[in-house]
Write a protein that binds this ligand. Sequence first.
Ligand code: B12
Ligand code: SF4
Length: 595
Amino acid sequence: MRQSIKHILFLEPKSSHLHVYSDAYIPRIGCLVLATIMKNLGYGVRVMLEEVEDIDTNEFGEADLICISSLTSTAPGSYQYADFIRNVYPDKTIVMGGTHPTFVPDEALQHCDFVVRGEGEDALVELVKCLESGADFRSIANLSWMEDGQAIHNPERPKAEDLDVLPIPDFSLVPSGRLDIMSIQTQRGCPWDCSFCTVTKLNGHKLRGHSVERVLDMLEAYTKMPNFSYLFFADDIFNVPVDRTMAIMQGMIDRRLTIPWAAQMRHEISKQPELMKKMREAGCDRVMVGFESIDETALELYGKKETALDVERAIDAIHNHGIDLHAMFIAGADSDHPETIKTQFEFAKKKDLATSQCMILTYLPGSEDTIRYDLQGGEYLSHDWSHYDGHHANHPVPNMTRYELVNTVMEGMKGMYAPHRILSKLGSAAWNAVKFNKREATRQLRNGLLRLNGYSILQRWFKEHTDYLADLRAENVSLSPDRYKRVLLAVSNVDVSRVLHKFLDEMNIRVEEYSEEKLSALKDSDLVVMAGEMVDDVRSKVQNLHIFPVHDKNTRMDRTLTQLGILFTENVDKVREAIAAVHFQPGQSKVAAKS
Ligand code: B12
Ligand code: SF4
């Protein structure tokens, strides 16, 4: 059946939860590139980015085709809009694309008519032409759709080699005044293959780039756009190949395009001092580096191909060139435990990173980690995609409870953006202003304000996540945190009982030995800590009993103690100190006992 397509709407829904970038919108350019292509072909287009404008759903009625772009964390919002459109405007065709639909097309097809997997430029044009002419879309590579209840996936198309055929993204398609940071992608692909990342699965290992001249023409066009104030290179690794990046820098300097900008790089930048000098000259004021960890085992597990020493050298080299650093870390590797995470934060503070983020390891669809985990039959504790944003824990980790992981990370982030660290930057700005050092004063002021923003986001994040954190504290035991005043101990194993006594003592929790007589006088604020094998018997006698079963015969039983401790306090440090004290032997230092 032929369809008349005159007007195409592109929609990029936002994440429903706060995240580190919530207040500083940096655009992705997928929708903008696609919309520019369609505009140049004569279609009416509209780009709606939910991060920067309230979505007026009445506008959906004006479009013939609605294209939705989705990440994993924005998938729930994307599906909600798609479902709404299906209900209210059943005659509209809905196409979805982006990282998430690419890797779970069958899921996305429950909400839309077509999924374009991977690069969308050619596939979308071909699809629109087919819809208009009524031709068969079986030949459109990268396309998926449903037929007789079955998902059909056309083969993958070779990745576009010549990016110069793509138009310069037209930022005027976004309502004016909404964007001041603009993104430019100069190349696609990444030669590395980190286990948690989806980039190589989407864009391949081979670097495919715009020509240097074309990059410079794009930059020139960007600088002429109204509101433009800052540039973000959305390349995954901007410092390779180094000759090409050097040529872009030189071109920016020669063509007087030395606008302020930031880019993502790898640690190898420390071995490219000439490039760093040129970057500064060309306007670079910040680089974002995914270091991920300073723990060698975790780095190995991530397949990061770097060492802790590389991380340190890169930080020092970047700082020595007067460039600010947004360092990106991950926590939650199988080898991580709260101490490794804390060490990471201490390191970040010691290095006085302007800003940094620590994301919780998340198995995103399409990543190597996810493929391995699924093959092993790994367990997911949440499939709520809105939690796949690096601020939630969605699978069990070996050496910590999920509460410990999330709490240690988010409290660590709070520490990075603590008021005294904001004031130190603002103080330094004031001091430099007094010394008429304008550049340094501006730089420190900006870093102070960025930290202030980090502080504000974290305050809001904790408020938004009160219930989530409470649920994690009660996880596995179905008990209510902060409710209990007294513990009745019913554990016959002498060693286990001794450990529990000592632990509860350290935590200042009132403990009494359990007896049958006490059962009748139990209060709602009593928690019965009981050997696992006794639980069924007691439950059959008394209803509504709050029982914490102890299954562990191992007298170290740190995980059980942690789970028990966090029912009484949200302070994970206090629990771990109590555990360390339990293991403490006279003559041994407490630090050694902890490790
Ligand atoms: C710029 C960027 C950011 C910016 C801006 C993000 C934003 N506004 O959403 C910042 C730094 C803020 C950021 C933050 C995050 N990011 Co980010 N980011 C990127 C990056 C580097 C470039 C995006 C881009 O513009 N690409 C260029 C365009 C051309 O490619 P594209 O978007 O894939 O679009 C093409 C196709 O996918 C397809 N397509 C896309 N949409 C549609 C729609 C239709 C209808 C069709 C037909 C086709 C189609 O066609 C396009 C052209 O070929 C990508 C990596 C990458 N190389 O893409 C990661 C990436 C998107 N980010 C990722 C992640 C995980 C995040 C965070 C959750 C965590 C973090 N890194 O801090 C946050 C969440 C932000 C949020 N929105 O909620 C992951 C997403 C994985 C996933 N499954 O969701 C990526 C893929 C990186 C990775 N390591 O795996 N990010
Ligand atoms: S994390 Fe960075 S270096 Fe590693 S594969 Fe992804 S884009 Fe490449």
